[in-house]
Design a protein around this ligand. Structure first.
Ligand code: 5GP
Length: 193
């Protein structure tokens, strides 16, 4: 079965809708990990961005890391994750950007070592979820500061009705999302685009 179909079926079966537009997929995507499903989704994202000379797959800690590893495996390049830092701790040797956490509802700073990202890099961004687009925007800012080229973003689950993805597409970012949620609520469940 195709990766996208597998992912949609798993979301329907095991996804739980929580208040605040949060979809919990802890049983397979961001707490306990179904590595076969993640590998299939990662391979599909990699296939969509193959042949573009990607040298780094960039995500944020912690929940983007698993998917990034599989995408990077199929693009034969390293996975790199932005770390979360306290603003006061920002060192000279890092690229940094401020972000707002969707799930924790707080602000934080993402940092990536200058040692691992620079002007010679061609980057594919990836994440488990795309909601308002804040995490992707912070990663884009880090790439801009580093002078790295960004070929696009590969996302496992986009909550399309929240608009962040389409705003970024309108600004020219290529985004490939494996499951696109058109609407969701606890009573009516989840519907896909
Ligand atoms: P954004 O920055 O696009 O608003 O949200 C994306 C980030 O927030 C992702 O890195 C993801 O970890 C988290 N996130 C957003 N929506 C959800 C959700 O419905 N469920 C979970 N588990 N994480 C989410």
């Amino acid at each position: 079965m195709a990766a996208l179909q597998l992912l949609e079926e798993r979301i329907r079966k095991d996804g739980k809708v929580f208040p605040g537009d949060v979809l919990k997929v802890d049983s397979f995507l961001n707490h306990q990990l179904d590595t076969e499903l993640l590998e299939a989704v990662g391979a599909e994202i990699a296939a969509r961005f193959s042949g573009l000379g990607v040298t780094k797959v960039l995500t944020t800690e912690a929940s983007g890391i698993a998917i990034a590893c599989f995408v990077a495996k199929y693009l034969h390049c390293p996975a790199l994750f932005a770390k979360k830092a306290k603003t006061a701790n920002i060192a000279d040797g890092v690229w940094s950007a401020n972000a707002h956490s969707y799930t924790h509802n707080n602000d934080y700073t993402m940092v990536v070592s200058k040692e691992y990202l620079g002007g010679h890099d061609t980057v594919l961004l990836t994440d488990d979820f795309l909601a308002n687009g804040c995490a992707l925007r912070a990663l884009l800012e880090i790439c801009k500061k580093a002078g790295a080229k960004v070929v696009g973003a590969g996302i496992a689950i986009e909550k399309e009705y929240q608009g962040g993805g389409n705003e970024l597409r309108a600004e020219g970012l290529r985004i490939e999302s494996m499951a696109r949620i058109a609407s969701m609520d606890a009573e009516d469940g989840i519907s896909f685009c």
